[in-house]
Design a protein around this ligand. Structure first.
Ligand SMILES: C[C@H](N)C(=O)N[C@H](CCC(=O)O)C(=O)O
Ligand SMILES: [Mg+2]
Length: 364
């Protein structure tokens, strides 16, 4: 199965409501779609979101990474040289983790198709269903409480609550949500780097003192501040999950060695795809560190790839793959079935995506 062509396109998918974090506000998913074509007629699908505030990847940079580096590296290669070509994708350009993730997932898709195996089975095959949380955007406390109640009515039992815009409101935000949804709902929070280490410890311990029962806090401090993250981990009653602090396998190793966080959030767009995500999951498993699998604001092509990893490995104990359910429509045919919180992986060979509606191809 030889690679003949790499085709790029764009999709736009409106969100149900604006997505707001301490880092950005967006109203739609605006992603790059990647198709890797082969001489057997099989096509591998990938997707890359331009999450500049986290990965540094912009739309233009993703397109440029393919046009100037990744596509040239792939065309003419045989998918059977799998280890070499997945390595070549990582080595042909530094950084650009979202473009690499899109290429890497498309290669896994083709490899699974070639051998007739769904990717989650190739990676471990632990289960075929997972349960995702849903994100509550950061807003005034009353609005967040209303959004939380709406999410519970949709059937979700775990909320990922964004905080960090005007941190003086954060305890009130969580108090309003806890009061509105009751004690049974699991609440995790994500500060997206907004707090200082001391502020984080103070706010988290206030939440603890008020009995708000927070499951975990995601990335309380700046991504680069490993000492600050460790400071929070050592002093907060709420477990700490490293998100923006962990892009690479090496980052994960450092976090584990420093005991700077209790948990690690694996995202394909940070680490460059399934190949490296699997390495992080294995490292975490060896070290006994549970993982979350997360996503950026992405449509179902790339979130579907993350579903395969989540279904493959039990060390992934928490799932934040709500990109598709935050969208008001789904242009993706095939792949995982999202029934609100319950996600069922596809048993079709490869990743299971069969087509994407509304692609605006760059070469048309
Ligand atoms: C969409 C997902 N639930 C989420 O919250 N991811 C964010 C980053 C998303 C973005 O800004 O595109 C996170 O975990 O930090
Ligand atoms: Mg996060």
């Amino acid at each position: 199965m030889k690679i003949t062509k790499v085709r790029l396109g764009r999709i736009s998918v409106p969100l149900r409501v604006p997505f707001k974090t301490a880092l950005r506000q967006v109203n739609s998913v605006e992603d790059i779609i990647v198709e890797i074509h082969t001489d057997s007629g099989e096509v591998g699908f990938g997707e890359a979101p331009p999450t500049g505030v986290i990965t540094g990847d912009t739309t233009g940079a993703i397109i440029g990474a393919f046009q100037d580096h990744i596509s040239k590296t792939l065309v003419g290669r045989d998918v059977d040289d799998f280890e070499d070509i997945t390595r070549a994708v990582q080595d042909c350009i530094v950084k650009n983790s979202s473009a690499k993730a899109a290429a890497d997932m498309a290669l896994w898709d083709l490899y699974g198709k070639k051998y007739g195996i769904p990717v989650y089975k190739m990676l471990g095959g632990a289960r075929n269903k997972i349960i995702t949380d849903i994100t509550i955007s950061v807003n005034p406390p009353e609005e967040m409480a209303r959004d939380a109640v709406d999410a519970i009515r949709r059937g979700y039992d775990t909320l990922k609550v964004k905080v960090g815009i005007d941190p003086s409101l954060d305890v009130a935000r969580l108090a309003a949500i806890r009061q509105a949804v009751g004690p049974e709902v699991r609440i995790r929070i994500d500060a997206n780097q907004a707090w200082s280490p001391k502020q984080a410890v103070r706010l988290l311990n206030q939440m603890q003192d008020k009995g708000l029962d927070i499951e975990l806090v995601e990335q309380p401090v700046k991504a680069h501040d490993y000492e600050g993250l460790k400071y929070v981990t050592e002093r907060s009653y709420v477990p700490v999950l490293a998100d923006e602090a962990v892009f690479s396998v090496e980052d994960a190793l450092k976090i584990v060695q420093m005991q700077a966080a209790d948990l690690i959030n694996i995202k394909l767009m940070k680490c460059g795809g399934l190949t490296n995500a699997l390495k992080i999951a294995t490292l975490a498993e060896v070290c006994g560190v549970e993982c979350m699998i997360g996503c950026m604001l992405e449509a179902k092509v790339s979130v579907n790839a993350a579903v395969h990893l989540a279904c493959a490995r039990k060390i992934i104990t928490r799932v934040d793959l709500d990109g598709p359910v935050l969208c008001s429509e789904d242009p993706v045919e095939g792949g995982a079935v999202f029934n609100e919180k319950e996600i069922t992986v596809s048993d079709v060979p490869g990743l299971g995506v069969t087509g994407i509606q509304g692609i605006r191809y760059l070469d048309d």
